[in-house]
Design a protein. Structure first.
Length: 168
């Protein structure tokens, strides 16, 4: 990784977009107790705390992929994925939010410094085209999309919980 002397418009745009969508997600859990944040409010299994935890885990894995390639997915098992969606015993919403802050700081530093053209092959998986490659740039765009999608889910869950909305 080489640190650019000035932040390019592209990097600034990526950072601002990440900041905005992370902010929407964090805003949906403001003022909630752990009990509220782990309550199912729709027909799905999703909870607000679970969404934040999943987004943090997903961002951490994809940021690691941008640096190390497919080895970043070595611990991605169905069991690990299932644990991403729930608070473990003793884990709190505050813990998940603190981890998310750490993950975001690492990702932001990578967005500032990594060669955005650095590419790695995607791991073999039914949802990836065989032989597909993803650049760091596209990896960070994927993180933006994941965060935005789940912020929308969280907004629905919060509105179902107590009528609060992120926007509007």
């Amino acid at each position: 990784m080489t640190a650019p002397t000035t932040l390019s418009t592209e990097r600034a745009d990526l950072l601002e977009t990440l900041r905005a969508h992370r902010g929407f997600l964090r805003f949906t859990v403001r003022g909630l107790t752990d009990e509220q944040a782990t309550r199912r409010t729709t027909a799905s299994q999703l909870t607000l705390a679970g969404l934040v935890k999943h987004v943090a885990g997903t961002e951490a894995t994809w940021a690691d992929f941008a640096v190390r390639g497919p080895e970043a997915f070595a611990t991605a098992t169905p069991e690990a994925w299932a644990r991403e969606w729930v608070l473990e015993p003793g884990e709190t919403l505050a813990d998940v939010l603190a981890r998310y802050e750490q993950v975001a700081a690492r990702t932001d530093e990578l967005v500032r410094t990594i060669d955005l053209d650095l590419s790695h092959p995607l791991p073999a998986a039914p949802w990836f085209e065989p032989g597909a490659v993803r650049s760091a740039r596209r990896t960070f765009l994927h993180v933006v999309a994941e965060t935005a999608q789940h912020a929308g889910h969280a907004d629905i869950l919060r509105e179902s919980l107590d009528g609060q909305r992120t926007m509007g």
